[in-house]
Design a protein around this ligand. Structure first.
Ligand SMILES: [Zn+2]
Length: 220
């Protein structure tokens, strides 16, 4: 897995300090599982922050589920020697790395739901963020994802496959951090489907005719 797009330093620092909400923690964790460089940065930030934060009460850093999954991934040396832990009901999502499989295995997930031609999504239930906008997005090769803008930030980590937009190619482990200024149209690379883990703040607004038709049915 060659990772080229990383979270911003501010996001890594917030992860290390435990101040991200659980959805964004999960997306950053998915990146860390694939990126030794950012793991080093986070360890360094945790060590530095630890000195400053020693006297403060501990912060709730998301649910136990995430902490347990991260410990398990650490123990298995990330992908090397880690056997994927299947999700609830023995589910394994095809194409995911063992580390990503293990990370998601701790979470209750809804069924895949149709969003548009070639595109579906499923809700991830994050215990500390009930009803949060954290989901898997799956799109067939060659699909243009619905043109959209949003009122908050959107943090995406590719789990399998790849998409491209004006800022380049995003493959497994790559993170796309978008704010409310961005109006992008990602296109999935032909040849295989792409599954992304997405944490969204604010409201999603789908543009264009398809958006107008779908908006009432897509409660993101
Ligand atoms: Zn990284």
């Amino acid at each position: 897995m060659t990772v080229t797009h990383h979270p911003t330093e501010a996001t890594l620092a917030a992860f290390a300090a435990g101040t991200l909400d659980e959805g964004r923690m999960l997306v950053v964790a998915a990146h860390l599982a694939a990126c030794p460089e950012c793991r080093r940065t986070v360890r360094m930030l945790e060590a530095t922050g630890g000195v400053l934060l020693d006297d403060l009460p501990p912060v709730d850093v998301g649910s136990d589920a995430l902490a347990r999954a991260m410990a398990e991934i650490d123990g298995g040396g990330r992908d090397a020697g880690l056997s994927a832990r299947p999700g609830r009901g023995g589910e394994v999502i095809p194409g995911l790395s063992p580390a990503h499989q293990t990370l998601l295995a701790s979470y209750e997930m809804g069924p895949w739901r149709w969003v548009g031609p070639g595109v579906s999504w499923r809700q991830i239930e994050t215990p500390t963020l009930p009803g949060g906008r954290v989901f898997l997005l799956k799109a067939a090769g060659g699909t243009a994802l619905p043109d959209h803008t949003h009122t908050g930030t959107e943090l995406t980590c590719v789990l399998t496959g790849a998409f491209r937009h004006e800022h380049g190619r995003y493959g497994p482990g790559d993170v796309d951090e978008a704010d409310d200024e961005v109006d992008h149209t990602p296109i999935v690379e032909p040849g295989g489907e792409c599954i992304c883990l997405v944490a969204m703040q604010g409201r999603l607004k789908l543009n264009g005719l398809l958006g107008k038709v779908l908006q009432p049915f897509v409660r993101l």
